[in-house]
Design a protein around this ligand. Structure first.
Ligand SMILES: [Zn+2]
Length: 84
């Protein structure tokens, strides 16, 4: 059963909830009672398989950059630029 991290946009209350996939998404904050409770994408129970390279390099739906990636047009230090 996955754990979902929730955060309230109204009072910043944060809590992890153990929920079934079929359980409805929570919307009401248990702290302030307002409807600002939102499930966070970066849930604590969401674990990536493997090295998790696509968590950072694959987020835009593109494969990870290859070593022969084009040189940055803005600066000569392409590697340093890409790391930023
Ligand atoms: Zn709240």
């Amino acid at each position: 059963m996955p754990i979902y991290a929730y955060r309230c946009t109204e009072c910043s209350f944060e809590k992890d909830h153990l929920q079934k996939i079929s359980d409805p998404v929570l919307a009401t904050c248990p702290s302030c009672g307002q409807d600002g409770y939102e499930k966070q994408v970066t849930a604590a129970g969401f674990q990536l398989k493997g090295s998790g390279w696509y968590a950072t390099d694959f987020k835009n739906g593109q494969p990870p950059a290859k070593t022969e990636s084009p040189t940055c047009q803005a600066c000569p230090g392409a590697n340093a630029c890409a790391a930023s």
